[in-house]
Ligand binder design. Structure first.
Ligand SMILES: Nc1ncnc2c1ncn2[C@@H]1O[C@H](COP(=O)(O)OP(=O)(O)O)[C@@H](O)[C@H]1O
Ligand SMILES: [Mg+2]
Length: 275
């Protein structure tokens, strides 16, 4: 069953073209990776997929409903099915972890009262291993713990579609593996489809079963398929370099200064706030 279909998407900021010619579909239960060097438009694509940015052209369709052709009521209904973990985790710093996890439920699960929301938030925090930290503020958590708190918040509403922007960037290998396991377990438990941006090769190979590779140079996708399939079949030196963690080819003029896996640049740092 196709949950999400992207057809002929072009993304721009004003006159500036970011990517064009993006088409793919995401099936129920898929784990779909958005790959590419820094600054190629991965976070921008994710924002198009969650309805935060309108396409310059093309369409983004959920269960057959074209998001930008729909009316406000329909869009709100669609948005209630998205869970999102932003690149920066984007927790509200003035709220405890528990309050952060409760917030989307207030908006998207009106059938629950406050006590039920809190019970559910505690359950989610247990699940990501933060049961003892419910009353902590984001500033008191490590990077990995913030990401897990962000994941708990994103999944609290049981979204059929979960979007994760560099969930394991900057985490140690054990925290990173733990996050991967949580994503796999979530898919197993709820059948959610997961769309994630990652530079982490172990994560990409371990959990993604489909994906797209964006090129900053040509500004269109240069690979489509699982990381494993791409590595085995690609003829494109940039894709091969990324997946083999080699030096990029000398003629690949991306605006990416940093190699795959490097810390996000200022340009790729996320400033959006949670919905
Ligand atoms: N709000 C914005 N306004 C203008 N340009 C932007 C905005 N957000 C990102 N960009 C630019 O779009 C390009 C793609 O950014 P981004 O999607 O964050 O890249 P990635 O996530 O692949 O590192 C970059 O060159 C970035 O500077
Ligand atoms: Mg990014």
């Amino acid at each position: 069953m196709t949950l999400l279909a992207v057809d002929g998407l072009e993304m721009r900021f004003g006159e500036r073209l970011i990517q064009t010619g993006i088409s793919f579909t995401i099936e129920k239960g898929a784990i779909f990776a958005i790959m590419g060097g820094s600054g190629c438009g991965k976070s921008t694509l994710l924002k198009h997929l969650v309805g935060l940015l309108p396409p310059a052209s093309g369409s983004v369709t959920y269960n057959g409903v074209d998001y930008w052709a729909a009316d406000d009521t329909e869009r709100n209904r669609l948005r209630a099915g998205f869970g999102m973990l932003f690149q920066s985790a984007a927790l509200w710093s003035s709220m405890t972890i528990l309050e952060n996890v409760c917030l989307p439920m207030e908006q998207h699960m009106p059938q629950l009262d406050e006590a039920q929301r809190e019970a559910r938030a505690h359950e989610m925090l247990e699940w990501v291993g933060l049961g003892k930290f419910a009353d902590f503020y984001p500033a008191d958590l490590s990077g990995g713990m913030k990401k897990r708190a962000g994941l708990a918040r994103a999944i609290a509403i049981e979204p059929p579609l979960l979007f994760l922007d560099e969930p394991s960037a900057g985490l140690d290998p054990i925290s990173s593996k733990r996050l991967d396991d949580l994503v796999l377990e979530l898919r197993h438990r709820t059948g959610a489809a997961v769309v994630f941006v990652s530079h982490e090769l172990p994560s990409l190979f371990a959990i993604a079963d489909d994906g797209i590779f964006l090129d900053a140079d040509s500004k269109h996708p240069i690979g489509h398929g699982s990381p494993k399939h791409l590595l085995e079949t690609t003829e494109h030196p940039t894709v091969r370099a990324f997946l083999n963690r080699e030096e990029p080819p000398a003629d690949a003029q991306t605006d990416a200064q940093s190699p795959p896996g490097a810390a996000p640049t200022a340009a790729s740092t996320d400033t959006a706030t949670p919905a």
